[in-house]
Write a protein that binds this ligand. Sequence first.
Ligand code: IPE
Ligand code: IPE
Ligand code: MG
Length: 224
Amino acid sequence: MLPKHIAIIMDGNGRWAQLRGRPRTFGHIKGARVAKKIITACAQQGIENLTLYAFSSENWLRPVSEVSFLMTLLRRYLKKEAANLVKENIQFTVIGEIEKLPSDVIEAIQFVKKSTEQNTGMKLTFAISYGSRNEILDAVKKIAAKVKFQEMDIQQINEDVFSKHLQTKDTPDPDLIIRTSGENRLSNFLMWQAAYSEFYFTDILWPDFTEQDLNLALIDFQKR
Ligand code: IPE
Ligand code: IPE
Ligand code: MG
């Protein structure tokens, strides 16, 4: 059986570049190309939902030059890929504190969302400026406000209601989470949603990750 939702922590761009004596930015450029390939591969395999961790809330703490490079890369990627996503019938959406992004990136996101909203194929979610703890706190605040204004009773709060207050409310929980680069942690990614996810960790650095590696993860998932 194929997973209905794959979520990927695309890690190792910096180390990949450093191993080649190049700046970290070089790894991010290659990483973006790999993301494009894997998105297409997942759509072709019939995966219904793909979530890619592109930038965490903690990544804001990186050097300003790296953050601004990543923002430029993201904006360029979105502008360049909009037409391809439409062609591939992929619906694009985002989770994370989008309001913290530079305005030109926000505009690019809105443009791609709008361009792909009629698509009926794979749902592609970019987690950008995303942190699971913050997402959970936001849900708590929304629910607390409803209780305060007597729109909800405390007894009504259950797992299902809570999930409906998360940014991922319209997407099923991931059944497979892949992390590259040999790090075996979640790094503030989909903590609530990962309660029953299968984890697949590989030492391969994200810029080296291929469709074959994706297939290995899928085969491993099918064996469990
Ligand atoms: C993942 O690669 C990409 C982002 C977090 C934006 P890293 O930049 O974390 O690369 P490493 O982990 O330092 O090698
Ligand atoms: C997680 O990777 C975030 C993304 C892949 C976008 P990091 O490299 O930022 O995570 P840590 O710092 O190693 O936990
Ligand atoms: Mg990393």
